[in-house]
Design a binder for this molecule. Structure first.
Ligand code: TYM
Length: 343
């Protein structure tokens, strides 16, 4: 049992500003960051450098970055409790990333599932897409984070981060904390409503009925859930059967939002008359969760000076941790620092 003076775990976790945040990001990640921000020290960068590993419209990227900061705060990330900042504003991330590029074997990167998925069928794949997990490792290691709360899809990258840290420590002496991924028991993999065999993702946001954007209006949310793919079993229960993945997904969404146990969730649907009822009730809880978030978002996004000043505060705090850590690393590697040395 942790006591009141037990050391808080240090968390680092990031989110990309490519497109609007979707329900999977919220339920698999952001909601958990918010729930734990009183008992952990949270560092939350909006990882714009990761976004440019695939082509972005520059104006849109800049707009989306501010919009994501507003959305994270609207979801409950409290800048007084969590250090919320923009990755590209802290140049130490990119410098550390380069150093780790030089110690990481390329074969480790080629094995990454996300790289294989994203580069599949692409005519031109940027080097950045391959080295993406090294930048992610730099994000984590520069804050000495011991835990990294992520959805299931990012677990492999966090495991690679441990290997990268271990290798550096072996080469240059004890420098980095070995972090571990923390994946939630429910909601870690919210699936596409149109295709429950695929993870809900911003990359498929152009496909109608695939994802729920946190900025969709309630009618659109209701339409997407009502159109969700189910099955012909007509039985409302959790199941690992692939053919029942659609119903399982809807129940999972309901469960994360209500915070109920598996049995309580199934009991809630004892009196339901078929999948129509299931969808109506899921739609109700999703809308009542998202509506107040949207209201706060719209208030915040119309006050960009306030947002800019919150970002500045987050950046300043992040630098206080990242810059001295980078100095230590530069010293270990033997890069000249005008009198500074980390050795
Ligand atoms: P990103 O921006 O794709 O997603 C942000 C977070 O949302 C989770 N997530 C999901 N969880 C459940 N179901 C889904 N359908 C779903 N889709 C996304 C992701 O697992 C993630 O936790 N590479 C990272 C960003 C990153 C990062 C980091 C994360 C950069 N540096 C350092 C942790 C630590 C990414 O692209 O997340």
């Amino acid at each position: 049992m942790p006591t009141s003076n037990a050391k808080k775990s240090r968390i680092l976790t990031g989110i990309q500003p490519s497109g609007d945040m979707q329900l999977g990001n919220y339920l698999g990640a952001v909601k958990h960051w918010v729930m734990n921000q009183d008992i952990q020290t949270n560092f939350i960068p909006v990882v714009d450098l990761h976004s440019i590993t695939v082509k972005q419209d520059p104006e849109e990227l800049s707009r989306n970055t501010l919009s994501l900061v507003a959305m994270l705060i609207a979801c409950g990330v409290d800048p007084e409790k969590s250090t919320l900042f923009i990755q590209s504003h802290i140049s130490a991330h990119a410098v550390l990333s380069w150093i780790l590029n030089c110690t990481t074997p390329v074969g480790w990167l080629e094995r990454m599932i996300q790289y294989k998925e994203k580069s599949h069928n692409q005519e031109r794949v940027s080097t950045g897409l391959l080295t993406y997990p090294i930048l992610m490792a730099a994000d984590i290691l520069i804050y000495d984070a011991d835990e990294v709360p992520v959805g299931e899809d990012q677990k492999q990258h966090v495991e690679l981060t441990r290997d990268i840290a271990e290798r550096f420590n072996n080469l240059y002496g004890e420098t980095f904390v070995l972090p571990k991924a923390v994946v939630p028991k429910v909601g870690a993999r919210v699936m596409g409503l149109d295709n429950p065999s695929l993870k809900m993702s911003k990359s498929y946001a152009h496909i109608r009925g695939h994802a729920i954007s946190m900025l969709d209006d309630p009618k659109e949310i209701d339409r997407s859930i009502k159109r969700a793919v189910t099955d012909s079993f007509n039985e409302i229960c959790f199941s690992s059967d692939k053919e029942r993945a659609g119903v399982n997904n809807l129940l999972g969404i309901y469960q994360v939002i209500t915070g109920k146990t598996f049995t309580e969730v199934e009991n809630d649907f004892n009196d339901a008359r078929g999948y129509g009822d299931l969808k109506s009730r899921v739609s109700e809880v999703v809308i009542s969760e998202i509506e107040p978030i949207q209201k706060r978002y719209h208030e915040l996004i119309n006050n960009s000076p306030e947002l800019e000043s919150l970002i500045q505060k987050g950046d300043d705090l992040a630098k206080q941790y990242a810059d001295p850590k980078l100095d230590v690393v530069l010293g270990k590697v033997g890069l000249h620092r005008n009198g500074h040395s980390g050795v």
